[in-house]
Design a protein around this ligand. Structure first.
Ligand SMILES: NC(=O)c1ccc[n+]([C@@H]2O[C@H](COP(=O)([O-])OP(=O)(O)OC[C@H]3O[C@@H](n4cnc5c(N)ncnc54)[C@H](OP(=O)(O)O)[C@@H]3O)[C@@H](O)[C@H]2O)c1
Length: 250
């Protein structure tokens, strides 16, 4: 572990994503788990986080005990994302929010936080999805209105939000190219143990194009989140995109 490693707090630490971020961070000498937090009513508060010497606390505990970290990584819930923003501002750390299905009031809280610390809000932290988003925007621009666009996403049945944050991001990418993608053409299906599948389809006269991303392991999101957390370390206050953090900006 080098002294220049990025100290990170994982918020939502015992969740599916949080646990993988902690596990993979232990293999990366350029990042260090400085804190781990869960919901205030979680039975896991006070338990092991998986990182040596780091117990599960609440965001409030961590703020009050003056934990030293440079990035807070949040994969929790809408309430959790606001608690993570409060913690990041309080300790002067950058903030990566991977939580999806955020309410407008939470989004506003994150915009306010970005006046004081560096913030990335990323419904999908995969490099592959960042590439698909760029391809979808370029395709919409090149194909024009003669091609009708639709987006179909599939996830496991425990997923709480629909359409997924990634589908909404892909829709925004298509619309940013001037394409009038209708809301009813963004379709979500749920079932089984699908980690995440997204297809952007352009159907035109005599031909159609499909761009598909399939996640085969949840680890790709954790790897992207760790990459983005390291990128955020030391960045000035402001709202940045995941494309910025993954080196994908045009
Ligand atoms: N950006 C991406 O690439 C990406 C990829 C996958 C998932 N996600 C999103 O990330 C979020 C988490 O996904 P997951 O699959 O890891 O869910 P999960 O397994 O349900 O884990 C959520 C974790 O957050 C904790 N939590 C809930 N409310 C909290 C609060 N108010 N304060 C602090 N911690 C809180 C939970 O604790 P308890 O269990 O005690 O409630 C749990 O440890 C979801 O919104 C999901 O859609 C994003």
């Amino acid at each position: 572990m080098s002294d220049s490693s990025t100290p990170v707090i994982v918020h939502g630490a015992t969740g599916r994503m949080g646990a993988r971020i902690i596990a993979l961070s232990l293999l990366d000498p350029s990042v260090r788990i400085a804190g781990a937090a869960d919901a205030p009513d979680s039975p896991r508060i006070g338990g092991e986080s998986g990182a040596p010497g780091v117990m599960i606390k609440t965001a409030k505990n961590l703020g009050e005990t003056g934990v030293s970290a440079r990035v807070v990584v949040d994969f929790s819930s809408d309430d959790g994302a606001r608690a993570a923003a409060d913690l990041a501002v309080r300790i002067g750390a950058a903030l990566l929010v991977g939580t999806t299905g955020l309410s407008e009031s939470t989004r506003e809280r994150l915009r306010v936080a970005a006046r004081e610390v560096a913030v990335v809000v990323a419904p999908n932290t995969s490099l592959g999805v960042a590439v698909v988003s760029k391809l979808a925007r370029d395709a919409a621009r090149a194909l024009g209105p003669a091609f009708e666009c639709s987006i179909v996403e599939a996830h496991h049945s425990r997923k709480k939000d629909a359409p997924s944050g990634t589908a909404l991001r892909l829709a925004a990418a298509v619309r940013s190219a001037g394409h009038a993608l209708r809301d009813d053409q963004v379709v979500a299906i749920r079932g089984g143990d699908v980690i995440g599948e997204h297809t952007v389809r352009f159907a035109g006269p005599g031909e159609y194009i499909e761009i598909t991303h399939r996640a085969t392991t949840r680890d790709l999101f954790a790897i992207g989140a760790i990459h983005a957390a390291k990128w955020l370390d030391g960045k000035p206050a402001g709202m940045y995109s995941i494309e910025d953090a993954l080196g994908m900006s045009a």
